[in-house]
Write a protein that binds this ligand. Sequence first.
Ligand code: PLP
Length: 401
Amino acid sequence: MSIFSLISGEPLSISRGLRAEPSGALAKNQTRPQKDDVARTAAEHTQIDPYVPGESRLPAGLKPIKLSSNETPLGPSPKAVDAFKETAGEIERYPDGGATRLRAAIAARYGLNAARIVCGAGSDELLGLLAHAYLGPGDEAIFTEHGFLLYRIIVLANGARPVVAPETDLRTDIAQILARVTERTKVVFLANPNNPTGTYAPIDEVRALREKLPAHVLLVLDAAYAEYVRRNDYEAGIELVATTPNTVMTRTFSKIHGLAGLRLGWAYCPEGVADALNRIRGPFNVSTPALAAGVAAIEDKVHEQASVAHNERWLPWLTTEIEKLGLKVTPSVANFLLMHFPKEPARNAHAADAFLKSRAIIVRRVDAYGLPGALRATIGSESDNRAVVAALSAFLNGAAA
Ligand SMILES: Cc1ncc(COP(=O)(O)O)c(C=O)c1O
């Protein structure tokens, strides 16, 4: 049972979140928690594999080429950096808990209703809050076979059951998701484009999914890489959120805006969902420097366009060059690509990863995503991308590490 009902929007349980029992009093029918309960809860959480971030350090002080976390090689907008610095004189004060200026800037940029935007410390936080609001023991949440790893964590963390829908050719298969819907299904998480595959579901398919999902199921469209996509049949989901009462879209400032270190994301929600998130989030969940940098970043269309142009040039280049080396690359619409290695031990993904590291290049192992034969590489600067191709070529030609 979750805290919020999607249908009524009303809080269903007052045992968590802002409406907790005042002064720690226990409800009449509740027994006082025992010491063992705490230990048991901790033990239950050890069943959850923690999210392992992309590696960032190499031994022996080598300065790495870090292509493991889909960060932008262009960095943030200089205007965002200035705005960030300007907040140094006010950090003794709490931030604006309503993120008023940032929500207004996002609303102006995309033509949205600011009242339905909720900001968070990264889209990770917002995804976690959605799971917290709408999932509980006895509920199920569906995500795809190679979907973003966080979904499993936040579903399990709320005592719900993760349900995995197989993909077809590393793509979202709407029919497979729909085939797994039961009356217990409360949320479907869909990364579009997906990480780590880089593939996407066209908007017609997403619309069909929404139409066929029961009304009580919240569809969460995680569009962390939306800005990079250059396909006529792709949409991040703004219109679906605007026209349906049960679809949410999450976005991030960590990727194209280059603010991963500040932790900033936003969600566009139906009114009831925005209300639910605002009730349970921390009242000051986004810091003053992040709010200021976010406004400058979202307003700097020129910088964003430069990042898109960079990706448009180097994503196809890297794809083609890696394919020329004889590796299969999954066609990507995002700022990273997935490359597939042969099975033999000397040339497999793990050997390639070790070889690249020996050349100070850090990419992402994707075993945890069920893809042990592949590696994911972020599109880097021109010199980074050339270094990747040169190192892979050496590896495949049997050079010693
Ligand atoms: C698909 C997807 N969603 C969400 C996130 C989380 O981004 P953040 O919490 O930095 O906003 C990531 C980060 O890698 C991602 O790949």
